[in-house]
Design a protein around this ligand. Structure first.
Ligand code: KIV
Ligand code: ZN
Length: 385
């Protein structure tokens, strides 16, 4: 069975969501959680975009122990130099170079001819490869690019040393059948003397990002790109938790699985939701509040007789625990400590005592203390006084 790598771009493409602006500290917290979740590479930002973006990428580079860290660059030498500087302390550095290849982007945005775009790919992938062992290349708007020109662009990147080829469905235009065919065509026709891995990068404008990503896997992709909760430009990126769970539940169909630690999914999704300020829709697949709720009598009856009648995913699989430890004013230090462990907080005894005292004050005022209340208390967003 193939193992699919996961690249998370919540901190780069995800931060392009209107109104979302993570602080450097929030980005470091998120990156650490993504590493625990089993993400193999984090796109930590666009180092040339701003001093804060540069700082976040360099701090994340230092903080990661097993996860690779990458930064986005245009086909501009200065961008690649900035990325090289920001990623100098990464244990596993990568770089991601992109340029648009569709007619509308080349003519109106880049104001470059197709030949100039090909020359730029050759020049900048070569330059990136002189500074990094692992170079990812993306032909932006690939799904609206002429098929033979796409092959030429990808072949040029591979000939000049690219190791990952990412195929972005930049405007969420493609369909599963069509996207699968693009992967099949490229994988069959790109000639290479070194190992290359293809990946999909799907946007959700037509609501097909998960289906398109899975179609790419079915047709040979070895890595997927996306964000937690599907945050991102416009309708967002593919939600990685949906891809991870689909691969797990339908592994026989896809003949592929991943290293994602599924029971850390809910904690990861909640953190992104809290820091982005974007709540998870109730009916969201995998992590929504209603994803495991059964309302109709027939469904309730079936689930009580055997949960498998209407549940293909158990809440425990993705780390959702129903009232496992309801907390209230009678709860003791032990139960509180267990809850913190469940929510993946770690404290010294002294810190724990302080948080427990605050919890007791809050519990005096509130009948039931939810997981969100505990998180807010710990992160200082909610005062017990
Ligand atoms: O959607 C897109 O085309 C991108 C590229 C920069 C990879 O985010
Ligand atoms: Zn994107």
């Amino acid at each position: 069975m193939r193992k699919i790598e996961f690249l998370d771009t919540s901190l780069r493409d995800g931060e392009q969501t209107p109104g979302v602006n993570f602080s450097v500290q929030e980005k470091i917290d998120i990156a650490k959680q993504l590493e625990k979740w089993g993400i193999s590479a984090i796109e930590a930002g666009f180092p040339a975009a701003s001093p804060d973006s540069f700082l976040a990428v360099s701090e994340i580079a230092k903080a990661m122990t097993s996860t690779a860290v990458t930064g986005l660059c245009r086909c501009v030498k200065g961008d690649i130099d900035k990325a090289s500087l920001a990623l100098k302390d990464a244990k596993y550095p990568q770089v991601h170079v992109f340029i648009a290849t569709s007619p509308v982007h080349m003519e109106y945005k880049l104001k470059m001819t197709p030949d100039e775009v090909i020359a730029s790919i050759a020049e900048h992938v070569t330059y990136a490869r002189s500074l990094f062992e692992i170079v990812e290349f993306s032909p932006e708007d690939a799904t609206r690019t002429d098929k033979d020109f796409l092959l030429k662009a990808v072949q040029t990147a591979v000939d000049n040393g690219a190791t990952y080829i990412n195929i972005p469905d930049t405007v969420g235009y493609t369909t599963p059948e069509e996207f699968g065919q693009i992967f099949k065509f490229l994988i069959e026709n790109v000639k290479t003397d070194h190992k290359i891995i293809f990946s999909p990068h799907c946007h959700d404008d037509l609501g097909m990002a998960t289906a398109n990503t899975l179609a790419a896997i079915k047709n040979g992709a070895g890595r997927v790109e996306g964000t937690v909760n599907g945050i991102g430009e416009r309708a967002g990126n593919v939600a990685l938790e949906e891809v991870a769970v689909a691969l797990h539940i339908r592994k026989d169909y896809y003949q592929a699985t991943s290293d994602i630690v599924l029971n850390r999914t809910k904690t990861t999704a909640d953190m992104i939701s809290r820091y982005s300020g974007l709540s998870i829709p109730k009916n969201k697949a995998v992590t929504g509040g209603n994803a495991f709720a059964h309302e109709s009598g027939i469904h309730q009856d079936g689930v009580l007789k055997n949960p498998e009648t209407y549940e293909i995913i158990t809440p425990e699989l993705v780390g959702i625990k129903f009232n496992s430890l309801p907390l209230g004013k009678l709860s003791g230090r032990h139960a509180f400590k267990e809850k913190l462990k469940e929510l993946e907080f770690e404290f010294t005894d002294e810190e724990l005592n302080q948080h427990f005292a605050n919890f007791k004050k809050l519990a005096d005022k509130k009948k039931e203390i939810t997981d969100e209340d505990v998180r807010a208390l710990i992160l200082g967003h909610n005062s017990a006084d």
